[in-house]
Ligand binder design. Structure first.
Ligand code: ZN
Length: 290
């Protein structure tokens, strides 16, 4: 699946691309290509981010090289990308475990948290770098799932995306393997919630269908019901929802919502987060009629 994210700085929102080809020459584009790794690690996504102008590209969490290397080879051989590096969201094997094998064929830097395999650079919180000329990348440290978890916010013109690894999923969040509820609350409801609402979310796994079933067992609203309908019709949800959507359909980003507070029996946001995670860990969708 390819997401072509057109900058609208030079192209008015109402302009039809089809009939205004002359604009395309001056329009800068960020492309996000999903690489579902369904055979190697079951439900993970790797992502290729391409700066259209320079064709410079970096790959995010290429954990299963047998599924990623052929995609890279095809695009490199056809001159569609210049492969410039690996970015990791955290050190778990199903995200950073393919680095060494990718490096055996491509000598590129590895940008990731301190425990990531073959890592060559760990950006500081808030540090920025570029992909090609057009894409600005900002590292956002979000320790909790692992202490080296980093989300990557990317912007090209008015188009914004964030790669959230196992910190934020569509309608859910990662387990607190190396952290606590206070850290996840900070990561989701301070750091990621501060991004522009139109930032598209690209998580590390396709867990949306089970996440929204859990969410609907906590409380209901029209945004959550719409997400469930979307999941009933579509297998892949990455890049289809924004940070603004998450604030309305992800119970872990609704810790101030009275319905979520009532369901958890707590009002302190960190306590609400802790109880939601406990409830999710025990959740058995088989017992629900959703
Ligand atoms: Zn993980």
């Amino acid at each position: 699946m390819v997401f072509s994210l057109l900058s609208r700085t030079l192209l008015p929102r109402s302009t039809s691309l089809k009939f205004n080809l002359k604009h395309l020459q001056t329009t800068r584009t960020m492309k996000v290509q999903s690489i579902p790794m369904w055979t190697g690690s079951s439900d993970n996504y790797a992502y290729l981010v391409i700066d259209d102008k320079t064709k410079d590209a970096m790959v995010i969490d290429p954990a299963n090289p047998p599924e990623v290397l052929p995609v890279l080879k095809k695009l490199i051989d056809s001159g569609e990308i210049n492969f410039k590096g690996i970015i990791n969201t955290h050190h778990h094997w199903d995200h950073a475990g393919g680095n060494t094998k990718i490096l055996a064929e491509h000598k590129v830097p590895v940008i990731g948290g301190h425990d990531c395999e073959a890592k060559t650079k760990t950006p500081a919180h808030g540090e920025t770098f570029n992909i090609g000329e057009g894409i600005m990348v900002k590292a956002l440290h979000t320790p909790c799932h692992t202490q080296d978890s980093i989300c990557y916010f990317m912007q090209e013109g008015h188009e914004r995306v964030v790669f959230t690894g196992d910190t934020l999923f569509i309608a859910g969040c990662g387990r607190f393997f190396e952290g606590n509820a206070a850290e996840m609350h900070h990561a989701l409801n301070k750091v990621l919630a501060s991004l522009p609402d139109d930032t598209k979310v690209f998580p590390g796994h396709e867990y949306t269908k089970s996440n929204i079933r859990f969410g609907l067992s906590v409380c209901e609203n029209e945004h959550m019901r719409k997400l469930k309908e979307f999941c009933d019709k579509h297998k892949e949800t990455q890049g289809k929802f924004t940070i603004g959507d998450e604030k309305k359909h992800n119970v872990f980003m609704m810790v101030e919502d009275p319905a979520v507070q009532k369901a958890t029996g707590a009002t302190d946001p960190v306590e609400v987060m802790a109880r939601l995670r406990e409830m999710k860990n025990k959740f058995n969708p088989a017992t629900l009629k959703l």
